[in-house]
Design a binder for this molecule. Structure first.
Ligand SMILES: [Zn+2]
Length: 458
């Protein structure tokens, strides 16, 4: 990196390359990486073999797209087999000798055995660089204090993030959310952070509780930038507006933890959202596939598909055509902010997708509609299914809380208005089940939006 604190990008040489230069760099790094993966990784070697291919046969991105995809389940199985046969979770999926692995991360997956990621010192340096690129673009500079109010035990929102912030020279306060909301507020008042990093649900909870816990509204904490992480919402105009108003802050959505894939939104008014700018193209190759058929989807402006990742210049456990389950829409037209690179807009998780009468619905799209009706409703809600998805026998049940100040006689009109919005935006006609304000459980980390409940009497 070069230049002073007034430069717009952390690493202009890497971040502001032309699209053609970037593709050429990616292809050169891809060829090196594939040779490395084949030479050092038994799991990847098996996949080459299954495709009848060798690294030296791969001359182009379309050659590369002939290799099989992998997913989390395949990763989990390789890890289990490594432990069972060699007593080492990285024996098959890993590519670096164990004495080079200096950190093990896991994803915050809520089901099944966690999948582990081994990083060498080189890989840790890449992650630090990616964090620095994101926060620099958002205007953080040395001296700025960042309150890290994520679950520290979830790895990617914990120590790797703290290290990345320190690497760019900003000051991190890794308070975590495990100690509760009052403790986060206490440290906000003591350390005067310029920025807060949290889930949107935690931020909403903080806005709701700050007055009661600290005697001041959340706006009085002096937070200038809110970095949304860990769950959807930071890209939703309604949720952004609510958080901007409640915190008195600019709202940024961002993603990427212990991996090579990192992206952050640019500084736009809360009602507008231009997607997440990819900052990691030189270390991470993106492909898109159809979420159902897994056939390749060309990356053009407006293309939609499930993201597939391949790490470039990575030693520990490089991803190679790893389908992560996130469905996105791509924007390649120039962004009004002037930042380089393509943008992604996360639409939902391939495995969260619900199908109601043939219509694909993502819980986070429902969250977006719901948030637009605050404060007549509190914004808290659950999707109630009779059995696990994706197919839902209609109507889709949504349990939601009336707002504190909503008069009983206004409920009918509100429901009509909401159903009209669901029809127009999501093409569904849900059944709304009303409950009292604050009757749904509040979760400090990640709110589960979908609950499974047998229908009464059925
Ligand atoms: Zn932008």
């Amino acid at each position: 990196m070069s230049g002073g604190a007034d430069r717009r990008l952390w690493n202009p040489a890497a971040e502001a390359m032309s699209a053609d230069e970037m593709r050429a760099l990616q292809l050169a790094r891809l060829k090196r990486q594939l040779a490395y993966n084949h030479a050092n990784g038994p799991f990847h070697r098996e996949r080459f073999k299954a495709a009848g291919a060798r690294p030296e046969d791969i001359h182009s991105f379309s050659d590369f797209a002939q290799l099989p995809l992998m997913d989390k389940e395949a990763h989990r199985q390789a890890q289990a087999r490594g432990l069972e046969e060699f007593g080492d979770p990285f024996a098959l999926f890993g590519c670096a000798p164990r004495e080079k692995i200096v950190r093990i991360n896991a994803t915050s997956g809520t089901t099944g055995e966690p999948t582990l990621y081994g990083l060498t010192a080189h890989d840790v340096g890449v992650v630090n660089e990616m964090h620095a690129r994101k926060y620099w673009r958002a205007g953080m500079r040395p001296g700025g204090v960042m309150l890290q109010a994520l679950s520290l035990s979830m790895f990617t929102g914990g120590l790797p993030l703290s290290q990345g912030i320190q690497h760019m020279g900003a000051c991190v306060v890794p308070v975590g959310v495990e100690g509760g909301t009052a403790r986060v507020i206490q440290f906000a008042r003591l350390t005067k952070p310029e920025a807060l990093i949290a889930t949107p649900s935690f931020a909403r909870h903080l806005i709701e509780e700050c007055e009661k816990l600290a005697g001041v509204p959340a706006r009085a904490l002096g937070i200038k930038r809110f970095f949304s992480a860990g769950e959807a919402g930071g890209g939703d105009p309604e949720i952004r507006a609510m958080l901007a108003q409640g915190l008195g802050a600019r709202i940024f959505d961002h993603t990427g933890g212990g991996h090579a894939f990192h992206a952050i939104s640019c500084d736009q008014p809360p009602g507008e959202f231009k997607g997440l700018h990819l900052v990691s193209e030189d270390h991470c190759l993106l492909e898109l596939v159809d979420p159902d058929s897994k056939a390749g989807v060309e990356i053009t402006d407006g293309a939609r598909g499930e993201m597939v990742w391949t790490f470039l210049g990575w030693e520990g456990g490089p991803f190679m055509r790893y389908a992560m389950g996130d469905v996105v829409e791509i924007a390649t037209d120039p962004c009004p902010c002037g930042q380089p690179g393509p943008r992604i807009r996360i639409i939902g998780r391939a495995d969260d997708m619900l199908i109601v009468k043939g219509v694909n619905v993502y819980p986070q799209a429902i969250a977006g509609v719901i948030a637009g009706f605050r404060p007549r409703i509190t914004g808290a809600f659950r999707i109630v299914l009779g059995k696990a998805g994706p197919s839902v026998s209609p109507p889709l049940r949504i349990r939601l809380e009336r707002g504190e100040a909503l008069a009983a006689q206004d409920l009918g009109a509100l429901e009509k208005e909401m159903l009209e919005r669901f029809r127009a935006e999501l093409h569904i006609r849900p059944r709304l089940e009303w409950t009292d304000p604050r009757s749904l459980p509040r979760e400090a980390m990640k709110t589960r939006l979908v609950v499974i409940e047998a229908r009464p009497g059925g």
